[in-house]
Design a protein around this ligand. Structure first.
Ligand SMILES: [Zn+2]
Length: 305
C-alpha cells in the first residue's frame, strides 16, 4: 500500500510506554481463549475478569529509549490507514446512508496493557474496538504476532511492504465494528452493535457474534474496494497478504493451531473460509448494502458463496 509521504490521521492517540505493570496474563489455554476473543466487539469486562485477566497494579512509566525506526514506520503506516478509513467512510455515510455524518473514531496505540471504557485489557487480546468510548486499541506489536505466532501468509510480490496490508485489514475490520455501532438493519432503530449485545446471553448468542465479525470483515472489504478504486493506494500483493491474515484469524485455524481440534459450537468469529469469503465479497462488490445479508441468511448458509 502506498503510504510514504501521505497524510496521516489526526485521531491517533499515542499512549505507548504507559502500560500497566503486573498484568496477569499467561499463555496456554488462557492465551487461546483470549486469542479467540481478539477483535471482539469491544471486550466485555466481565469476560476478562472471569478469566482473571484484568491488569493489576499501578500504571507504570516504562523505560523509554530512542524510538525504534521500524515501530515509527509502522505507526506512520497505521496512521495513514486510519486516515484512509476516514476518507472512505465519510463519503460512504454521506452518499449511501442518507447524508449521515461519519463520526471519526480515535485509535489508541499502546504497549502491554491499556485502560479503555470497556475495561482494562492487555495486548494479548489483540486489537479491539470499544463501543463505549468509540476507540480502536492497537499494540503495534500485533504485527509481529500476525506474521509470527499466527502465521499469516504475508508477502507476495512486494515483500514486507505488501505484508503491511495485513495490518490494514485488521484496522479496517476494527473500523467495521465502529460502523456497526452506528448502522443497523434496514428499518430498525437498533444498531448492529446493540442488536448483538442484546443477544449476548441468548443460547444462539455466539452465532450473532459470528455474524457481527463476518460483517466487520465484509466492511473491511468494502473499505479496501474504495481504497483501491478512489484512493488508488493498493499495490500488487496487498490483497494476498490481507487474505492471508483473514485466513489466519479464522476460528477453526486458531483452534487447530492452539487446541489441536475444531469445535464449531465455540466459534465467535467464523471459519477461515468464511472470513476470507466475506472480506473478498466486500472487496469485489464494494456494495455497502450487502452488509445486511450477514444477518438475513440462515446461519448454516454463511459459508455459501
Ligand atoms: Zn472483530
Amino acid at each position: 500500500m502506498k503510504y510514504e509521504g501521505r497524510e496521516e490521521s489526526s485521531n491517533v492517540e499515542d499512549q505507548r510506554g504507559q502500560g500497566f505493570s503486573g498484568a496477569a496474563v499467561g499463555g496456554g489455554i488462557v492465551g487461546v481463549v483470549v486469542l479467540l476473543l481478539a477483535s471482539l466487539l469491544g471486550i466485555d469486562p466481565r469476560i476478562l475478569q472471569s478469566l482473571g485477566l484484568s491488569a493489576g497494579g499501578d500504571p507504570k512509566q516504562e523505560q523509554t529509549g530512542p524510538p525504534d525506526p521500524k515501530q515509527e514506520d509502522l505507526k506512520k503506516f497505521v496512521s495513514v490507514v486510519l486516515k484512509d478509513t476516514e476518507t472512505v467512510w465519510t463519503k460512504l455515510f454521506r452518499d449511501k446512508l442518507d447524508g449521515a455524518t461519519y463520526k471519526k473514531p480515535k485509535m489508541v496505540l499502546f504497549t502491554g496493557a491499556i485502560q479503555s471504557a470497556c475495561g482494562q485489557a492487555t495486548s494479548s487480546v489483540g486489537p479491539f474496538y470499544c463501543p463505549a468510548d468509540e476507540k480502536v486499541y492497537l499494540d503495534l506489536g500485533f504485527f509481529d504476532e500476525l506474521t509470527g505466532k499466527l502465521g499469516a501468509t504475508l508477502g507476495g510480490k512486494n515483500g514486507e511492504k505488501a505484508g503491511k496490508f495485513a495490518m490494514a485489514y485488521v484496522i479496517a475490520h476494527e473500523i467495521g465494528h465502529h460502523v456497526q455501532n452506528h448502522v443497523g438493519p434496514p428499518g430498525s432503530r437498533q444498531t448492529y452493535s446493540s442488536l448483538v449485545n442484546s443477544k449476548h446471553d441468548a443460547p444462539d448468542g455466539k452465532q450473532y457474534s459470528v455474524r457481527l465479525e463476518l460483517q466487520a470483515d465484509y466492511l473491511a472489504g468494502v473499505w479496501a474496494y474504495y481504497a483501491d478504486k478512489d484512493l488508488k493506494t493498493l499495490e500488487p500483493g496487498d490483497m494476498d497478504s490481507a487474505v492471508g491474515a483473514a485466513f489466519a484469524v479464522g476460528d477453526d485455524t486458531l483452534q487447530k493451531k492452539f487446541q489441536g481440534r475444531v469445535n464449531e459450537k465455540a466459534f465467535t468469529h467464523g471459519s477461515s473460509k468464511e472470513r476470507v469469503m466475506w472480506f473478498q465479497k466486500g472487496y469485489s462488490s464494494g456494495n455497502l448494502n450487502g452488509m445486511h445479508e450477514l444477518f438475513t441468511r440462515p446461519y448454516e448458509d454463511l459459508e455459501r458463496p
